[in-house]
Design a protein around this ligand. Structure first.
Ligand code: FUB
Ligand code: ZN
Length: 656
């Protein structure tokens, strides 16, 4: 082991194919994803010309000019659809995937190159602007799709096609003579390369991922060198607006996390999806190499994001302009950008950090983000999507055209001009099984997410077949049944969420003690018998949350949380003037299941107060406080807001 290297923990996720979402909350969501979301996105790929673009028939003057990111949308759909056919054979879906692969196979250049936009629109300009043209980003998504397809079907054709492209990229990029010493303008390929390394065991893919990550932010800045190569003065570059060279306080290229070498980046800066994908790749490399300095960099960035720059929903990236981070505690609610892909990226990063460190805090954020900032991205119907996930909505802001970017519109839409989020949701939900469980070589099984499922966990001494039953997140009762060949000794570790104030465990109906590890997991080490039933009860009280006092937007406000779910008020339940409602911290709020509301949800109710406005006629300011009148408060989970009539919404509620 070289200096600076660390002994990694050897925890690995149970792969998606070995985990079946078997019922409950997520089975319903997974079915919607499979039966509604996947076909809806395919239709949009078709209608928008994306699928046709793969025939390379576009000519100037024709509609549907291919766009530099289109490959990524198609690839994310192939990835999602592959997970789906891998679990549930479906001839129609399989044929659609194979048709897209046929198209890619036909257009691949003899040298392996495979980017639809450049093949169709700018064949002479390949690799001349990796800063903004997304070639390497699209390659990353194609690679993730090809790996998923191979894992799902065992067929090597698509993986072979994309590997040729990756080998072409490997020959082009790097430190050697005649190679391009650059790295992706939009990270993504890096983490896909680590996936390919894990699949094939070929060190060159890990080396290329390392090269891209380590080269980032070094001087001279590659993006300037590349501009010079194009014969441009970087100062006069037509991309200067995008470069934002001098506009971010963190310095040139901070927008693309290329202002400093990655280990010197102490705070999260710039475009958030790029940041999340880069940090995910850094965590992957920290684990695989292993590399203690990269791990330390990730931990420092994690702290900056989750302790200073993240919404309570797991939304990240508060600013619409450049889709970026701003400064600590700057978390406006109405104008929150919170791209769905950014929260998805946070889930990716959290999952990787969990496997680098074994610490539950990463599982906690993964869960918080999944149930709130990610899940709000799709309608209950499965065919409408949010690009941005605000934490408060006042419709007058939109009627008065104050926020005009169509992505900020607070009603879910079937598609966007840049439609990265819908297929990203589809691939995350279709592969959700891989986030639930892990195992290690010492014979431990870890449960990260409480999701009704069955799993095959490959321990060194044999396979553990596990069934998890639960109505989570509606309550904290979880039951595990073990199907084993015979008595089997292993450690069973359960994430004890930070929000949970108390728990109890029973084995076959009798109380059982578990050991709380420093990592935040409850460990039960014993010889397990076939048919053993372990019950876990997590207390799930209603919690009134406060923000750090520096979050100026939330002064004197609280948010309602129960278990992993953040709640909100909607106009439909509470009237349009949500700013007049005050929570009562003395009140004991209650949670109850309403099967008829929003497909069946737990609502939170209790006494609150409302400012009486009847004596404010003709008055804008006065010294006498408003009279408070009691009202019944009804809050719904944030993820399902915006699924009824158009109306205002707020997560943060004033408090008495
Ligand atoms: O640039 C590709 C994708 O489009 C990004 O990940 C999103 O933030 C959107 O800008
Ligand atoms: Zn997106």
């Amino acid at each position: 082991m070289t200096p600076g290297n660390t002994q990694p923990i050897n925890m690995n996720p149970v792969e998606w194919k070995k985990v079946q979402i078997a019922g409950g909350f997520w089975k319903h969501k997974s079915d919607i994803n499979r039966f509604i979301t996947l076909p809806a996105i395919y239709q949009q790929l078709k209608d928008s010309g994306r699928i046709e673009s793969l025939n390379l028939t576009w000519r100037p003057g024709l509609p549907h000019k291919p766009h530099p990111y289109w490959d990524s949308d198609i690839a994310k759909w192939i990835e999602a659809a592959s997970y789906s056919v891998g679990m549930f054979p479906d001839a129609d879906l399989r044929d659609k995937i194979e048709d897209l692969i046929d198209k890619y196979e036909k257009i691949q250049h003899p040298d392996g190159y495979l980017n639809t936009y450049f093949l169709a629109v700018e064949p002479a300009n390949r690799w001349t602007n990796v800063y903004v043209m997304h070639e390497l980003y699209c390659a990353g998504h194609l690679l993730e799709a090809a790996i998923a397809h191979y894992q799902a079907t065992g067929k090597e054709r698509f993986l072979g096609i994309v590997r040729r492209y990756i080998d072409h990229i490997d020959a082009k990029f790097g430190k050697g003579k005649g190679k391009i010493p650059g790295y992706p303008g939009h990270p993504e390929l890096e983490l896909a390369l680590v996936r390919l390394y894990r699949l094939t065991g070929e060190p060159k893919y890990l080396d290329l991922a390392s090269f891209f990550v380590n080269q980032r932010g070094t001087q001279p800045y590659f993006f300037e060198q590349e501009a010079l190569q194009r014969g441009e003065d970087p100062e006069q570059s037509p991309y200067k607006e995008i470069l934002n060279k001098n506009y971010l306080p963190a310095g040139p290229y901070a927008l693309f996390q290329a202002h400093l070498p990655v280990r010197e980046q102490k705070s999260a800066e710039g475009h958030v999806v790029r940041a999340m994908y880069l940090y995910s790749a850094m965590a992957d490399l920290a684990k695989e190499i292993p590399d203690a300095s990269l791990q330390a960099a990730c931990e420092e960035l994690w702290q900056d994001v989750t302790e200073r720059k993240m919404y309570i929903t797991g939304g990240v990236g508060s600013l619409e302009i450049s889709e970026r981070f701003t400064f600590p505690y700057d978390l406006p609610n109405e104008t929150a950008y919170n791209e769905t892909c950014a929260s998805i990226g946070l889930v990716f990063w959290a999952h990787r950090m969990l496997h680098v460190t074994g610490n539950r805090k990463y599982g906690d954020i993964l869960e918080q983000t999944l149930y709130n900032g990610v899940l709000s991205g799709v309608s209950l119907s499965g065919d409408l999507f949010f690009y941005c996930n605000h934490l408060a909505v006042e419709w007058q802001v939109y009627y008065n055209r104050i926020l005009r970017n169509p992505r900020m519109w607070p009603e879910r839409k079937p598609w966007f001009d840049v439609s990265c989020c819908p297929p990203n949701l589809a691939r995350l939900f279709a592969s959700l099984g891989q986030y639930c469980y892990s195992y290690d070589s010492e014979g431990n099984v870890y449960v990260h997410l409480y999701i009704e499922s069955t799993a095959e966990v490959p321990l060194p001494l044999g396979t553990v077949f596990l069934r998890q039953e639960t109505a989570y997140p509606w309550n904290g009762n979880i039951r595990f049944t073990f199907s084993l060949q015979g008595p089997f000794q292993f450690g069973f570790l359960l994430r004890l969420p930070e929000w949970c104030p108390g728990y109890s465990i029973e084995l076959n109906g009798s109380p059982l003690a578990a050991e709380l590890q420093d990592s935040g997991y409850l460990k039960i080490q014993r010889v397990w018998n076939p048919g053993d039933i372990l019950s876990l009860q997590l207390e799930m009280p209603i919690q009134l949350m406060e923000s750090h006092p520096y979050v100026r937007m939330n002064a004197r406000a609280k948010a309602i949380k129960r278990g992993p779910l953040v709640y909100c008020l909607e106009e439909e339940d509470m009237g349009s003037h949500l700013e007049t409602i005050l929570l009562d911290p003395e009140e004991v709020y209650t949670a109850s299941f309403e099967p008829e509301t929003l497909n069946g949800i737990v609502v939170i109710q209790g006494k609150a107060w409302k400012k009486d406005t009847s004596d404010w006629e003709g008055v804008l300011y006065r010294s006498r406080p408003a009279t408070l009148i009691p009202v019944l408060l009804k809050a719904i989970p944030y993820f399902c807001w915006g699924n009824r009539s158009r109306g205002n919404m707020t997560v943060w509620i004033a408090s008495k």
